[in-house]
Design a protein around this ligand. Structure first.
Ligand SMILES: Nc1nc2c(c(=O)[nH]1)N[C@H]1C(S)=C(S)[C@@H](COP(=O)(O)O)O[C@H]1N2
Ligand SMILES: [Mo]
Length: 364
């Protein structure tokens, strides 16, 4: 479906929610469109590029209404390589701790990395004459109506004006050198590098500058970390912690969880990612339940907005093998060890140590 590869793990067909297999995601540092995860809350709009329009209003000096050709001709295009990660990435590890009814059991591949091209949101906001006062937010609206929201409403979210004016935030019309595919928000989506994927609004048609965060369901009720005792069905606007910057995280992509491998020299690899003002500084890997740790090789950082892939070779002895990976960030902070301590009612931000269990056969 949606031109995704055969080995895609489809959580839901409608709305379409799917992530690549670990081995597929491991193939390239830039995730190809047929592999990139897909997260939707409603039907995918079909907007012709020549009919798309973007309005910019609210606390601006001059309201704007732009066609795609106007957006492309009036503003300089920039490219950024950036990782998108869903806040529900690795929810499966939280569900193992305690069930999370109504939410899909995403694995570690609700994370992908692409090259995006578009106009800087900051340039468009500057053209409109934006109010940059502290506490101002920039809200995005889209036409996809979600039956999952209460009340039923189109998808939307917002980011603080300070982030909106940062050079990495784009109104993107290209992904990996191709026109932005419909499933990923084409003709134009917002791209907010360093923030949870939920803020990178697809099919964006409205931008409103306002004095507080968006009141849209997906900003004010969903994508918030509730206390463990809260009932997510009765939680209201403003409950819990609103998600913005992506937390430090890592995943083991190769070998796959549950794989059988040959004993001896074994290559292990994966990704690590930290949002916004933090970078990945080190990834440790243990094959003896955390008694000792080897340091993985980190691929050079492509941009400060993209994941860092890592790899290490260990000696695998026959029998069951538990592999643990954990990342440290540039502030010296380490990922939390246990998913149990992170459990929350909607199952967001599982950034506990990554674990896979392998079966090792005798050396050949
Ligand atoms: N309009 C709209 N934008 C959206 C969504 C959506 O359902 N509708 N999902 C959000 C979420 S939760 C994520 S993680 C990313 C996923 O982007 P992708 O489908 O291109 O991977 O889009 C975000 N933008
Ligand atoms: Mo998401």
């Amino acid at each position: 479906m949606w031109s995704k590869r055969e080995d895609t793990i489809v959580h839901e067909r409608s709305p379409f929610n799917a992530e690549p297999s670990r081995s597929a995601l491991a193939e390239n540092s830039i995730t190809s469109v047929d592999t990139f995860y897909s997260r939707n809350h409603g039907p995918v709009p079909d907007i012709r590029a020549d009919q798309w329009r973007l309005t910019v209003d609210g606390s601006v000096q001059e309201q704007l209404s732009l066609s795609l050709s106007e957006l492309r001709s009036r503003f300089t295009a920039y490219e950024v390589v950036a990782t998108l990660q869903c806040a529900g990435n690795r929810r499966d590890g939280l569900i193992e701790v305690r069930d999370i009814p109504g939410e899909d059991p995403w694995g570690p591949c609700a994370t992908s990395n692409a090259q995006w091209r578009g106009a800087r949101l900051a340039d468009v906001l500057a053209a409109a004459g934006v109010d940059r006062t502290e506490g101002t937010h920039v809200a995005f609206s889209a036409p996809d109506v979600s039956e999952l929201a209460s009340p039923v409403q189109p998808y939307g979210s917002s980011i603080p004006v300070s982030k909106a004016m940062s050079e990495e935030v784009l109104l993107a019309w290209e992904m990996n050198g191709e026109p932005l595919p419909r499933i990923h928000g084409g003709p134009v989506r917002v791209l907010v590098p360093g923030y949870v994927g939920a803020r990178s609004v697809k099919w964006v048609t409205g931008i409103t500058v306002q004095s507080g965060p968006s009141e849209n369901y997906f900003q004010s009720v969903a994508y918030r970390v509730l206390p463990p005792e809260f009932d997510p069905d009765t939680a209201g606007p403003g409950d819990g912690i609103s998600l913005s910057s992506v937390a430090l995280n890592c995943a083991i992509l190769v070998p796959d969880d549950g794989a059988d491998v040959a004993g001896g020299s074994l290559g292990i690899s994966g990704y690590a990612f930290a949002g916004d003002d933090r970078g990945v500084a080190r990834v440790d890997v243990s094959v003896d339940d955390g008694h000792s740790w080897g340091q993985a090789d980190l691929e050079p950082e492509q941009t400060r907005w993209s994941w860092r892939r890592w790899s290490i070779t260990v000696n695998a002895t026959p029998g069951p093998l538990k592999v643990i990976a954990r990342a440290w960030d540039t502030t010296g902070a380490l990922q939390p060890e246990s998913a149990a301590a992170l459990w929350n009612p909607k199952g967001y931000v599982n950034n506990s140590w990554a674990v896979v269990h392998l079966g090792v056969s005798a050396d050949r």
